[in-house]
Design a protein around this ligand. Structure first.
Ligand code: AMP
Ligand code: ZN
Length: 430
């Protein structure tokens, strides 16, 4: 059994006291890093929640600017692992862990999986990327801590996934919601019914936005209960917030993360129940504490107590982002990366549109860019050669393969006023 009863059901007053002790502690520790030494220079002590809420935020840019080691608060000797966020604009955001950090993170995932009903007797197929991405290794060690057998199969090869599921009698899976839908099609093509012909009972889905309807669809296709899992690499990865058996919002583990919901424009802290941007602070991480991190994810704290009795407050399904980051099959992509790449390729004009759509449940990016008439007149490059070059550069910048359509100069509508180059046609992204 893995159930941290004392912590998960701690009464609110004691939980708040614990959080206060930990925010004072993180405040003291964070200033050992170059990042916070500079950011919080001249700021007096933090004695209460109000003091803490006045501290300047940390942004993704701050983390990038302190690449690679400017946000460490321990000796590099004590660091045992790093991970990185899936976005690739400029310096990646890298996150460091000590042994204790990894242990804490595994505990959080074990706790989350247990809360969703996973037990030692389960067989767990982890269909998530292993490596720098946190979804694979994060769940892997959590499941091992729980004592559950893990099949670290990672992503790809749908037929092999199904084969393993059947042969090993897998009962629990972790996959991207978009991949869950895609895999269901392969089941269908193979004439295998996941409800009848597998032992699956629980799915853990997350890492990308999805609607309640998508969850229900996955549940009915596979005959499982699917639990929403929220996390971000800056806060370790998965294991930040997770659904319990009641599937009515995700309990955010408040003994490890201090949460605030702020107005994305003014930065002011909003009361429980109001929608805004989630701001998180790591309370226990040793190697790299992060204070008041602007996640850019839009959600709200669900007022009231959950039926399960856990006191850690719940956040609602992520409704969107307060920046323009796109999540394409779990990979973070900023439109600026696409623009930067297009503008580097000779022969591409300045007018372009990025369409994002669903094709057989997978996200597809379709970039429509006008050719540059002057370049075409003066050079021998054919549109096909330019297209090859663009595709190669985009693949290397984004890590995914977009569809590219090169159009005659002047074929796209002239962009006037506030330019909006992204058209998101994915229906179920809320
Ligand atoms: P990464 O740091 O690459 O793991 O990406 C983290 C981002 O993925 C988060 O900031 C969210 O925007 C998104 N994300 C993760 N889990 C979920 C979820 N359950 N629902 C919606 N978006 C999610
Ligand atoms: Zn609950």
């Amino acid at each position: 059994m893995f159930w941290e009863k004392e912590i998960e059901y701690l009464n609110r007053e004691d939980l708040d006291n614990l959080i206060l002790i930990r925010i004072k502690d993180v405040w003291e520790r964070c200033k050992r890093s170059d990042l916070y030494k500079k950011k919080y220079a001249g700021i007096e002590g933090v004695h209460n929640f109000d003091d803490f809420r006045r501290l300047p935020f940390t942004t993704k840019q701050d983390l990038r600017d302190s690449f690679p080691y400017g946000d460490l608060t321990v000796n590099l000797d004590d660091v045992v692992r790093m991970h990185s966020s899936s976005g690739t604009t400029g310096n990646p955001t890298v996150i460091f862990h000590t042994k204790n950090d990894l242990n804490e993170w595994s505990n959080l995932l074990a706790r989350s999986m247990y809360m969703a009903g996973v037990r030692k007797s389960d067989i767990f197929q982890n269909i998530m990327g292993y490596g720098l991405f946190t979804g694979g290794l994060g769940f892997h060690y959590g499941a091992e801590k729980l004592g559950t057998m893990v099949i670290p199969i990672a992503t790809g090869n749908s037929k092999r996934q199904i084969w393993f599921m059947q042969q090993m009698k897998t009962t629990v899976v972790h996959f991207l919601p978009s991949y869950a839908l895609r895999l269901a099609m392969v089941f269908d093509e193979e004439n295998i019914d996941p409800k009848r012909d597998t032992n699956l009972r629980i799915g853990m889905i997350g890492a990308e936005p999805h609607s309640e309807e998508t969850r229900r669809k996955i549940e009915s296709l596979y005959g499982i209960k699917a639990f929403n899992s929220y996390g971000l690499s800056e806060m370790n990865g998965p294991g930040v917030a997770f659904e319990c058996e009641y599937q009515s919002g995700m309990h955010l583990w408040e003994d490890n993360y201090y949460m605030e919901i702020v107005d994305p424009e003014s930065g002011e802290v909003l009361p429980d129940g109001e929608w805004g941007e989630l701001v998180l602070t790591t309370l226990k991480r040793e190697a790299m504490p992060i204070v008041r991190y602007r996640t850019r994810d839009l959600t709200r704290i669900i007022p009231g107590q959950c039926k399960c009795g856990r006191t850690h407050r719940r956040i609602d399904r992520i409704k969107g982002r307060s920046d323009d980051m796109l999540i394409i099959n779990g990979v973070n992509i900023f439109p600026m990366q696409i623009e930067k790449t297009l503008m580097q390729v000779d022969g591409i004009g300045t007018n372009y549109v990025i369409e994002v759509k669903k094709d057989k449940f997978l996200d597809k990016i379709n970039i429509k860019a006008e050719l540059d008439s002057a370049f075409l007149k003066n050079n021998k490059s054919s549109p096909d050669m330019i297209k090859c070059k663009v595709m190669e550069c985009l693949k290397s910048e984004l890590g995914v393969n977009p569809i590219v359509d090169l159009l005659d100069p002047g074929s796209l509508p002239d962009q006037q006023g506030k330019v909006n180059r992204v058209v998101d046609l994915r229906g179920d992204v809320i």
